[in-house]
Design a protein. Structure first.
Length: 113
């Protein structure tokens, strides 16, 4: 940890010679199996009147979320993003997304719109 001083800005240092400073590691949740996931599919209205299909409720690592997002975007033939526990797909593809997720073993349903 040669350059961890940036992470310690604002830390009050101890005069205890045995004090050992540790930084909190950002641990991600383990990805649940598809059959244990409970996903909700939403239709969201974006700026400019555009719509997007949003998949919420994914429990797992950001890598697994990104992988699932790529698969859904590729199958729907559109763009989108996967971050903060959500997958956003451009356009109204709720039926197709539910079909794809169900086929992959996920528990999911349309939630609102």
């Amino acid at each position: 940890m040669a350059s961890d001083w940036k992470e310690r800005l604002g830390v009050v240092f101890s005069t205890n010679p045995d004090f050992n400073y540790t930084t909190e590691e950002d641990s991600e949740e383990a990805t649940l199996a598809p059959e244990k996931q409970n996903l909700k599919i939403w239709l969201d209205r974006l700026k400019g009147g555009r719509v997007a299909t949003v998949v919420r409720g994914f429990v797992g690592s950001s890598e697994d979320l990104t992988t699932l997002g790529k698969e859904l975007k590729k199958s729907c033939g559109v763009g989108g993003t996967a971050k903060d526990g959500e997958i956003i797909i451009q356009g109204d593809h709720r039926d197709r997304v539910v079909e794809l997720l169900t086929k992959a073993g996920y528990r999911c349903k349309k939630a609102g719109g």
